[in-house]
Design a protein around this ligand. Sequence first.
Ligand SMILES: *Cc1c(COP(=O)(O)O)cnc(C)c1O
Length: 368
Amino acid sequence: MTQPIYVTQPFLPPLEDFIPYLQQIWGSKILTNGGPFHQQLESALCDYLGVRHLALFANGTIALVTALQALRITGEVITTPYSFVATAHSLLWNGIKPVFVDIEPNTLNLDPKRIEAAITPHTTAIMPVHVYGHSCDVDAIQKIADNYNLRVIYDAAHAFGVQDQRGSVLRHGDLAVLSFHATKVFNTFEGGAIVCPDARTKLRIDQLKNFGFVDELTVVAPGINGKMSEINAAFGMLQLEHIGAALARRKEIDVEYRLQFGRIKGVRCLNDAGESVSNYAYFPILVQPDYPLSRDALYEKLKEAGIHGRRYFYPLISDFPMYRGMPSAQRSNLPVAADASDKVLCLPIYPALQAPDQQRVIDIIRGG
Ligand SMILES: *Cc1c(COP(=O)(O)O)cnc(C)c1O
């Protein structure tokens, strides 16, 4: 029996390479609370990503929750239904009402043309997602935000290392939030970060992730415990040494899928990154009506062959019980997202994916 193939496999450098990091932690006895590895990783990631300030977190979801608190967001926030459920959950955790707006058919990102119609006197911010690492239309979104005096917080969980023509996409918006979960391009087992534009905002975020402490005796906000531990930060430092090779291998896999699927009727790939720098985080296909099988039948067929694709993002966030009663959550309000959600299938893409295994995936899809 061949090994099952999953949509992703966490990237793990050789175990022996991690031992010296552990020895340092055991030597210093500093396990958390902004220790040396935490500081090193913050500064190494700023350099690698090309951003000014970044605050590490225990995971991306707590980073999202804290980002909203840092900017004191209240009322209603416009967001996308086509994302991982944590995007909207971070709003509910802050007592904010999510307002779902449909996506754009080419990138599957929040459609700027539909945002204005959803703005009410209670709207305070927009929370778009750079889905699959494809940059949102950041200029159009910022223009609307400026016109209506709204904040923009990007869920950039998929966008590690993604660049547009002028630099990192993480510099856009008031804040951008990363996830370093095991399934992501860059992982620290669990982890996340907020990218912020200035030192003052970072200071507030650092206080909020540490219970609201500003010094030993003073607490200024109902902060949470969102700190990244030294083990996770040390692993991030090790992982960063290998990120270039990991991205290069992802790119080869992406190129091969595109080449092969160009010749298969009924399989649509999303546009490649063009002149931008992609991270090849995911490889979604949209199974069209002229493909011989339905999306779900293809999903099952692959699964029978030991290949576990994922239907990201199906169901839509707006279909889950805590959201589906909201007027903006109705499928009639979200036709493009509903359509993509019914067609999408993410295929295996990760550095250790072997060429013959990728070929097997392609052959099964070609077989129809
Ligand atoms: C992974 C992910 C998150 C959550 O990040 P965690 O680190 O798992 O908490 C949030 N939003 C999106 C779009 C994600 O893919």
